[in-house]
Design a protein around this ligand. Structure first.
Ligand code: DGI
Ligand code: FE
Ligand code: FE
Length: 206
């Protein structure tokens, strides 16, 4: 963990490093909440590691990101080729594996998919995706505090809300949308078992 933090401190600007620590802490808190194996703190450790490394490639030049993908046969879409900042997850997972020897596939996938999500995400993948959005130093986003509470009440509902708000945000900015972001959102909307939180405004959920 020390080696990772040292690397991040060197490669990320101050605000991004602060964000990274925030994601890591929130990921640990969510791992406590959703730990599938209470009594074993391994899940928390894995959440901490994935949180720390999720944006490790964020500051890299776009050309270098594309170069790393090319050299290492990391597949990417034409949309990612024209919007290479979206590749910081895939390249980040590559760095986690090669530079820090992370072999845990779930951690690597959580880093890979943290920006767009994907259908059928694992618990750890969802935790990193959500922690990235709700960590305390994030600039205010509409409904952020409600989503922060929802994250600890109903993880899938939090996923759906974040994806929905991200799509709305990108549309309002006129930014093109990666197909994977839309596909991920669709997979949550079509999720058959869900409770209705449409009128939820924060506070305790009865
Ligand atoms: O790296 P972070 O800033 O912590 O967060 P992130 O990895 O979720 O990246 C966030 C940025 O990615 C944000 O500006 C929105 C953008 N983004 C997410 N999905 C899409 C997208 N941008 C485009 N153009 N299309 C998407 O589908
Ligand atoms: Fe990111
Ligand atoms: Fe992030």
């Amino acid at each position: 963990m020390k080696k990772i933090k040292k690397y991040l401190k060197k490669h990320l600007v101050k605000e991004r490093y602060r964000h990274t620590l925030g994601v890591s802490y929130i990921a640990v808190a969510m791992a406590m909440r959703y730990n599938p194996d209470p009594g074993n703190s391994d899940f928390m450790k894995r959440a901490e590691t994935a949180g720390l490394l999720h944006d490790c490639a964020k500051s890299m030049d776009n050309d270098k990101k594309l170069q790393i993908c090319e050299k290492n046969y990391i597949p990417y879409s034409s949309f990612e080729a024209s919007h290479p900042y979206l590749l910081h997850g895939k390249v980040g997972a590559y760095i986690a594996k090669t530079k820090f020897g992370i072999e845990d596939e779930d951690i690597l996938q959580a880093i890979t998919w943290h920006t767009t999500g994907r259908p059928n995400m694992s618990l750890l993948e969802k935790i990193i995706f959500i922690a990235d959005y709700i960590e305390p130093s994030r600039n205010p986003i509409p409904e952020l505090d409600v989503i922060r509470q929802l994250a600890f009440i109903d993880i899938d509902k939090a996923m759906e809300k974040i994806l929905s708000n991200t799509l709305k945000f990108l549309e309002s900015k006129g930014n093109p949308i990666d197909q994977m972001t839309q596909t991920t959102y669709d997979s949550y909307v079509h999720c058959p078992e869900k409770r209705d939180y449409s009128t939820y405004k924060g506070g305790n959920f009865a």
